[in-house]
Design a protein around this ligand. Structure first.
Ligand SMILES: [Fe+2]
Length: 277
């Protein structure tokens, strides 16, 4: 099933909903989980994921590889990811275009990269190494940032497009993150979409943000905002229908709320499919 990516709206599976999914097998086209939550060899969580995987396509989404760091790639982390991927046979494996550890010190955050030629070269060599190690294509995701390096030589969208072009990786386009960065840094969200080559995006993320005064904070703790739904429609018009995920990580609501969000994304996906047909 790893080769078959449903072009439909899946749900990020978090621990409060696992028991219900196992018991009721709700009609959800696919689930995504955070890879690191299943790195232990065995245990209840991994057994539950294997049972869910028997009935649903599953995507593995990493939050801790620190892809952009200048530390050496964490081979223990990669070995665990490879072992998990061989157990789960995921439809997709993704990571964030950021760093979260340096000098062996780990920060519980997805930290921004300077969009320079040097950083581009560095990140591309790391993506090449990860794809070689895993013997598969990965997806890299644009993150929300709260700082822009003055050294930046290119825009975020040109940076991620170049990573995909040079390494053959796919892009996980987080439409909420595009909106949050556009609002916080004055970037043009539609220009971001224009810089992305159709066919290079393998997945879209949708999530909610919160406000702190003028600033938007990417909390993944709210419904998808109306302006993000609009940007999602623009993304579908530009890219065509793409597998889409509802992410919700804090103040996790009932499963029915997540299904409602996914159903809305599914309607927009189907509308775009009809236009494309
Ligand atoms: Fe995301």
């Amino acid at each position: 099933m790893s080769g078959r990516v449903p072009v439909s709206a899946g749900i990020g599976l978090r621990s409060p909903h696992v028991a219900r999914v196992l018991a009721e097998r709700p009609a959800v086209p696919w689930f995504e989980v955070h890879s690191e939550n299943y790195f232990a060899e065995g245990g209840q969580a991994l057994r539950a994921l294997e049972r869910i995987r028997a009935d649903y396509p599953v995507s593995l989404h990493g939050v801790g590889l620190s892809l952009g760091s200048t530390d050496a790639l964490d081979l223990r982390h990669l070995a665990r990811l490879k072992s998990l991927a061989s157990r789960i046979d995921p439809m997709l494996v993704s990571e964030h275009l950021c760093w979260s550890a340096v000098g062996g010190r780990h920060y519980n955050d997805l930290l921004p990269l300077p969009y320079t030629d040097e950083a581009l070269e560095h990140v591309c060599s790391r993506v090449d190494a990860v794809q070689d190690y895993l013997s598969r294509q990965i997806l890299v995701e644009n993150v929300s940032t709260y700082y822009v390096f003055p050294e930046r030589a290119m825009s975020e969208c040109d940076f991620i497009a170049a990573v995909a072009a040079r390494t053959g990786c796919s892009i996980l386009l987080d439409v909420n993150n595009i909106h949050v960065n556009a609002a916080n840094h004055g970037d043009d969200a539609l220009a971001f979409l224009d810089a992305i080559v159709p066919g290079t995006v393998g997945e879209i993320h949708l999530a909610g943000f919160d406000r702190d005064g003028e600033r938007l904070i990417d909390t993944h703790g709210a419904p998808v905002a109306p302006e993000v739904w609009s940007l999602y429609q623009a993304a579908l018009q530009r890219l065509g229908p793409v597998a889409t995920l509802i992410e919700w990580d804090t103040d996790i609501p009932s499963f029915a709320v997540l299904q409602g969000e996914a159903a809305h994304a599914q309607r927009l996906l189907e509308a775009e499919s009809r236009v494309a047909a």
